[in-house]
Design a protein around this ligand. Structure first.
Ligand code: AMP
Length: 121
């Protein structure tokens, strides 16, 4: 698979400081911020600072340090955002996954019962 990263995507602009975000956590290699259109009481987006398009791109090409940092950031967020009653981690990829922003991000959702993962169709 070839991954072409678009430097002008909105999360790249957030990382450059061109547009603001509500930061929840920042680490050496990762940034977490509130989703602008929250779908649950907790709706945080976790992104690597590196130029990865999707989860499979990140998991394949990121360094061990970036992958560890990202996962430890998720664990810290689960504590920081009071997600002990549970949460959902979602990452959408490409067209079938309905990915809107082409910079890898994980949605962390919680703060209420979230229902089924997918509606049956
Ligand atoms: P996805 O469909 O998985 O690509 O999700 C993209 C998410 O990014 C959506 O939930 C949007 O609400 C969110 N989003 C888009 N622009 C911004 C922004 N400037 N700040 C925070 N969240 C954003």
């Amino acid at each position: 698979m070839r991954f072409a990263y678009d430097d002008d995507n909105i999360f790249a602009r957030i990382l450059r400081g061109d547009i603001p975000c509500k930061t929840v956590l920042e680490t050496e290699h990762s940034l977490a911020f509130e989703d602008i259109s929250a779908q649950a009481p907790v709706h945080v987006l976790v992104i690597p600072k590196g130029p990865y398009v999707s989860y499979d791109h990140f998991a394949r090409d990121a360094s061990d340090a970036e992958i560890l940092d990202f996962n430890r950031a998720v664990a810290r967020l689960c504590e920081q955002c009071d997600l002990e009653d549970g949460f959902r981690a979602i990452t959408n990829a490409r067209a079938h996954g309905h990915q809107e922003v082409p910079h890898f991000h994980m949605h962390l959702l919680g703060g209420r019962p979230l229902g089924r993962l997918l509606e049956r169709s």
